[in-house]
Design a protein around this ligand. Structure first.
Ligand code: ASP
Length: 354
């Protein structure tokens, strides 16, 4: 009887901790990574970038704090960044060699690993919403070009005129590239792709990424952003990842899935070794950082660069990048709120430049 009472007391005492745990949420966003020169960043420019990052972070955080889903938080954050002309997604997307804006996006729900992606769309204001409609209202994962646009119309998306996406700064970047016969990377090393990853209070993870790709892209080139497993991946057992950078390398490494696969293996090993006396404490933040940095080092070893944002089932939100900067932000239920641009700012960890 005494033992029973003690047990009941223990159960009661442990309830607040369980409730607190259930309210845990976490969000990380990015607005691209690349060679960012602090000297070129005027206070006005910086304030404009930070304001849009903050607005995206706040929109996602508000949904998560109110008990909304990780998928909804990811969409809300990305829509704001797609609507901002500062980032290479939606309005403000880079130009193709032929002077068009071709948009790619993907979203994945870690609860059931349902995923939706679109590539090369020219008339959809918010490609992330179309990607999610592919996920929820089609039998497919990946739709491209005019077919994706037809699907959008059939699902009630408005046809947005191409001029909406075009901005003078991105057109100039294409002109410079053409005038100097440079490669896309020489001109546009500030990538500007956007992404978000989230953990909601029900323990579900989601990841999304949206981009215009690379300046001067030709021949229907598609990067990593809409490729599930390369630029975007979410699995409740492991993590949610969104990437930005030189897409060809991220596809070759399978960056987002590679990070999740390594973290899933680490979590499973801990569970297998756990018993009643030594329960699994999950994968620690330092291990997650190690894995993200190791996979980014693989990208660098092949000659690519860029960065990732990662959120885990434990609620850790972190960054890893091997460029001088990455537009980024994170917010958690523990009160963490930050936006940052250059390496070394805030508490972001990053792998060294190469
Ligand atoms: N990863 C994107 C691509 O290769 C570009 C970026 O991140 O800015 O299309």
């Amino acid at each position: 009887m005494k033992n029973l009472l003690a047990l009941a007391a223990l159960v009661l005492m442990s309830q607040p901790a369980v409730a607190e745990d259930a309210a845990k949420w976490s969000l990380a966003i990015h607005g691209g990574a690349g060679t960012l020169d602090p000297a070129q960043m005027t206070p006005e420019k910086r304030a404009a970038y930070e304001a849009d990052l903050q607005a995206a972070l706040d929109a996602g955080a508000q949904i998560l704090a109110a008990g909304g889903s990780a998928v909804d938080a990811v969409k809300a954050a990305i829509v704001i960044l797609e609507d901002s002309p500062l980032f290479n997604a939606g309005r403000g997307a880079v130009f193709t060699w032929d002077g068009t804006n071709e948009l790619d996006a993907a979203i994945m729900d870690g609860r059931d690993r349902s995923a939706g992606a679109v590539a090369g769309v020219k008339t959809v204001k918010n490609p992330i919403l179309l990607a999610d409609t592919v996920r929820t209202q089609s039998e497919h994962v990946f739709l491209i070009g005019t077919g994706a646009e037809e699907f959008a119309v059939s699902k009630g998306f408005a046809v947005t005129p191409p001029e909406y996406f075009a901005t003078p700064a991105r057109r100039e970047a294409l002109e410079r590239l053409k005038a100097k016969q440079l490669s896309a990377l020489d001109v546009d090393h500030k990538f500007g792709t956007v992404g978000a990853v989230a953990l909601d209070t029900k323990g579900n993870l989601a990841a999304g990424t949206s981009t215009g790709g690379m300046t001067g892209k030709r021949w229907g080139r598609v990067g990593d952003a809409p490729v599930i497993g390369a630029g975007t991946y979410a699995d409740n057992r492991a993590c949610a990842v969104s990437a930005t950078g030189w897409g060809e390398y991220f596809i070759r490494v399978g960056v987002a899935h590679e990070i999740c696969a390594r973290l899933r293996a680490a979590a499973e090993a801990k569970l297998a070794l756990a018993d009643e006396r030594t329960p699994s404490t999950g994968v620690a933040a330092a291990e997650v950082q190690y894995v993200a940095d190791a996979v980014m080092a693989e990208v660098a070893s092949l000659g690519g660069d860029g960065g990732v944002i990662v959120v885990t089932p434990a609620g850790d939100a972190l960054f890893s990048f091997n460029t001088t900067g990455m537009y980024r932000g994170r917010a958690t239920s523990t009160g963490l709120r930050e936006v940052a641009i250059f390496g070394g700012e805030a508490k972001a960890s990053h792998t060294p430049d190469h």
